[in-house]
Design a protein around this ligand. Sequence first.
Ligand code: URA
Length: 409
Amino acid sequence: MDSAAILLEQRRSGRIEFTREQFEALLAPETPDAVVASMLTTLAMSSHSDAEASELTQAYVASGQQVVWDDASDVVDKHSTGCVGDDVSIVLAPLLAATGIRVAKISGSALRHCGGTLDKLRCIPGLCLDLTVREFVGCVEKVGFCIAGQSPELVPADGRTYALRKRTGTVDVLTLIAASVMSKKLATGAATIALEVKYGSGAVLATEAEALELAQLMRGIGERAGRRMLMSICDASQPLAPAAGPLLELREAVAVLRGGGSPVLREHVCALAEQIVRAVPTPDSGMPSHHRIDVVLRSGRAYEVFEEYVEQLRGDVNWLNNNLDTTTAPAIVTFHARRAAMYTGIDARPVGEAAQRLAAIDPSCGVRILAEPGRSLAAAEPVFEIHAPDPVAGYAYLEALGGHCHFQD
Ligand code: URA
């Protein structure tokens, strides 16, 4: 038996837990995929200590470069496990930057029925999100924040194991999710990491218990690495912003940055920003945190910082200012209340699934929700719109989603 096979056998029989060095050897580029796959299934099928989850995370981090800041004390990273209408990062990062807190964030594309921040930002013509580590750091230094895609220089072992997790049915293993997420957070070097773990119909995680378990795992990994961890657990049974689909969600995020937009999204972002502003020391720390956040949103400073980011990454600021609100899908069809009743909400998951399928054809397509849950509607009042590539597809989705709206007499 070779040394990897002996290690795997010892781990399966419960005689050892893997150390960081052993994980590094198992994750080395020359280790055959079959051995890495066997390591993943071994971890998926056995219990593990929190310390072992940290060792795996550190081995992922060691597989690539790490960002080193001169002073990381005011650098924050933020991650959400995702939900339908989760436009938080696009609002939060420039908002924090405008208050003097730097944000360095690696984002991802859509995961299942949850839209991805990168897909939304990619709607801005020209915006380049594939950055080297140097460009990423340069953007944070100049603008105050950067959101970019994962550089191949950072945590390459995560990219490889994620592909193998898909092939071995281990994508949903909480330890592997925690190590994958936290390795990217540790590699970007922020002193503070804010994590939103979401659960419910619109989220990747179905139950609050799963969300709590994942949150605890990630908190432990972060704290053992010496980072300040700010945690929130959120119910995501309704879409967070009233839209799903890349372009529609970008528009929702920008509307909040411009001082308007969805009150639910704005309040959610402001509450998270307040938690972060209170925790991270900056020269302005004497001013009440809610006041600082209010000022940068109302004054337009948060939106200006977002414009600076778009410009820095060669995106079309003119399009952002003049075309974002007028660019629409080829067909828009509206679902109306069939009778007078109180609208109590819509199941978030089918909204997200419909938006993913529509956006795969055209990123301007998706679902826009017009009615607020808890409001009484008259007969024929609009409830939601389908933005579709053509009217036939639009009416098909309208019919299907109509069955997921809930009303009370
Ligand atoms: N996001 C990640 O980066 N990794 C996972 O495994 C799941 C979500």
